[in-house]
Design a protein around this ligand. Structure first.
Ligand code: SF4
Length: 141
């Protein structure tokens, strides 16, 4: 038989255990985010392949061999190329200014003083040094 004195000793202990248990349960119901135990391992990205070396630019001498661009060539027509800059279509290409010519264009590959030379826009062909097209860009001094 349990005595009154034993009950007085047991009740506080039981109460503390109940409070502790309830607290643990409430903590478990909180809005904590679940821990992702099975997170996928991060796979390192493979190193990029080394860039292939660029082909050397065509040398002016290599570009200076080839036929002259025909003004009727579709690419030439598209750019408004003329073998003599004085014949440039000033209505269609108002950006043309007297003095502009292939020989002073940054895309001209011919040697200084040459009558004709390569052009970056017409690979394998040559343009007249005194020619012009709408892609003319002033050669750096
Ligand atoms: Fe001449 Fe320059 Fe036009 Fe080539 S890009 S055709 S060098 S004006």
């Amino acid at each position: 038989m349990t005595t009154r004195r034993q009950i007085i000793r047991i009740v506080p202990t039981f109460s503390l255990m109940t409070v502790a248990g309830a607290t643990a349960l409430l903590a478990g119901c909180g809005d904590k985010k679940p821990v992702d135990v099975a997170a996928p391992a991060v796979t390192p990205m493979p190193a990029p392949a080394p860039a292939a070396p660029e082909a050397p630019p065509a040398s002016p001498s290599a570009a200076a061999t080839g036929p002259l661009v025909d003004e009727k060539d579709p690419a030439a027509v598209g750019l408004g190329y003329v073998a003599d800059a004085s014949r440039a279509d000033k209505t269609k290409y108002p950006q043309y200014a007297t003095g502009q010519a292939c020989s002073n264009c940054s895309l001209y590959l011919g040697a200084a003083g040459s009558e004709q030379g390569g052009c970056s826009l017409f690979p394998g062909k040559q343009v007249a040094a005194k020619g012009w097209c709408s892609a003319w860009a002033k050669k750096a001094a």
